[in-house]
Design a protein around this ligand. Structure first.
Ligand code: C5P
Length: 289
């Protein structure tokens, strides 16, 4: 059996960290948006009990350290369907450790593909529960579209799909550890917070310019000085015509939003001359499970 599924990247249009929880995680308020930049997942299930991953990036783990493998194992364990072993091929197009849920979205794609292939009858909420066991933003990745997320990210409210717009995404040549940045942030001392009400209203009105003006991520305020390139890229995106720009997740990727594809294309070309990891993507809508 061969199953193919696309695994879309996410951007945080607004990201606020409300408080540190007793369990060590943080209470978030964030609008997540899926975009067309995606990994390509192929599951080749040929029998046996072992599942391994093989990616075009050789340093990605092949066994259970790979979240896509864990997703497949969790699917079989939860549904009671006997394990169908085989290989998960991952063509990685989304940058790794970049704030775009690259690993989480591979896991979500595996769950979607298996759920469809085995006609489990499991609904969206059953699958989202499974997804949450794999990581905080896996439930969003399963769903896609434009979603207001709270809790660790798993309490989701769909927002109306926004008019298609373009994102130029650029990852500076370093990575930032998610847990490192969550450890630094002091929720009592955050000076600037995103205008989430304004952002949600702009989304409801389908007003891309107002959405773009409100993109903001509280983690930008606490970035250690060695990551100052994030601010430099943001400024360049605005200079090249972006209607708004922000870091996504715990970074370091930065995105700029554009209504006009030609302006987006020119901004992409200019940035691509300066940074190796640049991407041009469009926003995408909610997925079927
Ligand atoms: O859930 P996930 O494994 O993707 O989270 C990775 C790390 O990000 C956690 O270990 C935690 O340090 C941090 N995190 C957090 N609060 C969240 C989500 C993630 O503190 N809501």
């Amino acid at each position: 059996m061969e199953l193919r599924e696309k695994a879309y990247a996410k951007l945080n249009f607004g990201l606020d960290v409300l408080r540190r929880r007793e369990d060590g995680y943080h209470e978030l308020l964030t609008v997540m948006q899926s975009v067309s930049l995606c990994d390509e997942i192929t599951l080749r299930l040929s029998g046996g009990e072992s599942i391994s991953a093989d990616a075009n990036l050789k340093y990605l783990p092949k066994g259970e350290k790979n979240i896509a493998v864990r997703a497949a194992l969790l699917f079989f364990e939860t549904t009671g369907i006997p394990i169908q072993g085989g290989e998960i091929e991952i063509i990685k197009n989304i940058p790794v450790c970049a704030g775009m849920a690259g690993g989480s979205t591979d896991a979500a794609a595996v769950l979607r593909a298996l759920n469809r292939a085995f006609s489990t009858g499991l609904g969206r909420s059953d699958l989202e529960e499974m997804a949450y066991k794999l990581g905080s933003d896996v439930p969003f990745c399963l769903r896609g579209g434009t979603v207001l997320c709270r809790g660790r990210g798993e309490i989701m409210t769909d927002l109306p799909p926004i008019p298609k717009c373009w994102a130029v995404i650029c990852k500076p040549p370093f990575s930032i550890s998610t847990s490192e940045l969550f450890a630094i942030i002091d929720c009592g001392k955050i000076r600037n917070r995103p205008d989430m009400d304004g952002l949600i209203k702009a989304i409801e009105q389908g007003d891309v310019e107002r959405i773009a003006r409100r993109v903001y991520n509280v983690f930008e305020d606490v970035l250690p000085p060695q990551y100052s390139e994030v601010g430099v890229i943001k400024a360049k995106l605005i200079d090249y015509g972006a209607l708004g720009a922000s870091m996504t997740g715990t970074g370091p990727s930065v995105f700029g939003l554009f209504k006009d594809p030609d302006t987006a294309g020119r901004a992409y070309d200019l940035l691509k001359k300066q940074y190796r990891e640049c991407y041009l993507a469009v926003t995408t809508e909610k997925l079927d499970v």
